[in-house]
Design a protein around this ligand. Structure first.
Ligand code: SAH
Ligand code: SF4
Length: 378
């Protein structure tokens, strides 16, 4: 008999994956679909509660499968209704997800990695370094937990969903965890899963160009690109990945992306840093850049959310407004993101979780072994 430890976590699969797993065990596709619905539409983890499954199948699933959520280490609630969960992903790592209620929608911000290797200078996750990619089930477990916790809490009628939008804007760079991301996105979009429309699921990226191209073909959800600077010299400093994929290549990838999603636009995120990237000259340069590259876009200006040791400050509101006005005058739709949940450190870029940084540990070890060696990249 298979031990509970060897049981397969069914949160790991998109629908096709689950059908394939069922087929391996001699079970027909429609059974997989029933189980998929119990798990993702009803939040049921106990196979015995899946009342339309035959007894022997339930018995089989009890032995060979599990629907295992992530342990919650902490839950914090903001005065504005924002809820943040800290999930234990083992090995001393923890990741965060944030539920953001608004009048017309409820958004869940989901993490894709424990830490992040891109190392943007203004991001708290980046400062922590990188530990590992999350698996598909760990990405989906954040949504699963948040959806069914909030459904109970908001006392929603049966079948009504608590979460209407998902943004991959938590910890990590989702396009550096592509293989795990795609099945997770498919479950979000699946009518037997969370049933979210393509435009209500957003992948936010710092600009992993080859993966933007692949995402367009595999799963063209809404794309947000973290721009933060209108020229390569400044962007190289703020988003080190720019040295590998400079602006011209990034904007070409954005243009191609829209070929697969003809009525869509790219959302450019721009974190407003006092005295760094917020002058009127840079706003004008930004207008020239997106016009020259012909990318259909909107801008979302994000007031910088400070965290200890960043050494950076938030742009004053008047400077943000002036910057926005220059974009608006050029006919570019521009919004300024309202900061939510900052009283519980749940705002953009404040998600820190707990990360056992492997990259820097390696670097430190190398330095200890060879104190005279040249500096590592960062
Ligand atoms: N790695 C992806 C998604 C996670 S970050 C990306 O970079 O796009 C989600 C958003 O939060 C990005 O636009 C990022 O630039 C922004 N962000 C990061 N740190 C921030 C901070 N301290 N204040 C405000 N926004 C921040
Ligand atoms: Fe990573 Fe995004 Fe933070 Fe940059 S802003 S370090 S890409 S999580």
């Amino acid at each position: 008999m298979t031990s509970a430890l060897a049981a397969t976590n069914l949160l790991q699969f998109d629908r096709d994956g689950l059908v394939a797993w069922f087929a391996q065990h001699g079970q027909p596709a429609f059974r997989a679909r029933q189980v998929f619905r119990w798990v993702h539409q009803k939040g049921v983890a106990d196979f015995d509660a899946m009342s339309d499954l035959a007894k022997p199948l339930r018995q089989f699933l009890r032995t060979h499968a599990t629907v295992a959520a992530l342990p919650v280490l902490a839950e914090s609630r903001s005065a504005d209704g924002t809820v943040k969960w800290l999930f234990d992903v083992g090995g001393g790592n923890a990741v965060e997800a944030v539920f953001i209620p608004e009048a017309q929608r409820n958004t869940l911000c989901v993490s894709s990695q424990a830490g992040c290797a891109v190392n943007c200078s203004f991001c708290s996750t980046g400062h922590q370094g990188f530990s590992r990619n999350l698996q598909t089930w760990e990405i989906l477990a954040q949504l699963w937990h948040a959806e069914f916790t909030m459904r109970r809490e908001l006392a929603l009628p049966a079948g009504e969903r608590a979460i209407s939008n998902v943004v991959m804007m938590g910890m990590g760079e989702p396009l550096q965890n592509y293989a795990a991301l795609i099945p997770a996105l498919r479950v979000m979009l699946d009518d037997d899963g969370y049933g979210l429309s393509r435009r209500r699921v957003t992948v936010s990226t710092s600009g992993v160009v080859p993966m933007i191209e692949r995402l367009a073909q595999d799963c063209p959800v809404a794309l947000a690109v973290s721009l933060h600077a209108p020229n390569d010299a400044l962007r190289d400093e703020l988003v080190p990945l720019n040295r590998k994929y400079p602006l011209h290549e990034l904007l070409a990838a954005c243009r191609h992306y829209l070929d697969f999603a003809p009525r869509d636009f790219i959302t450019f995120e721009y974190c407003m840093l006092d005295g760094v990237n917020d002058t009127p000259e840079l706003a004008q340069q930004l207008v020239r850049l997106v016009q020259a590259e012909q990318v259909r876009c909107k801008f979302n200006l994000i007031p910088f959310n400070p965290f200890p040791q960043s050494g950076l400050r938030r742009s004053p509101a008047a400077r943000v407004a002036a910057f926005a006005q220059i974009l608006l005058d050029a006919g570019i739709v521009t919004t300024v993101r309202k900061t939510r949940g900052d009283d519980i450190d749940a705002a953009c870029g404040q998600l820190a979780g707990e990360v056992q940084d492997r990259t820097r540990r390696v670097i430190r070890m190398q330095q200890a072994a060879a104190p005279t060696a040249a500096h590592p990249a960062h």
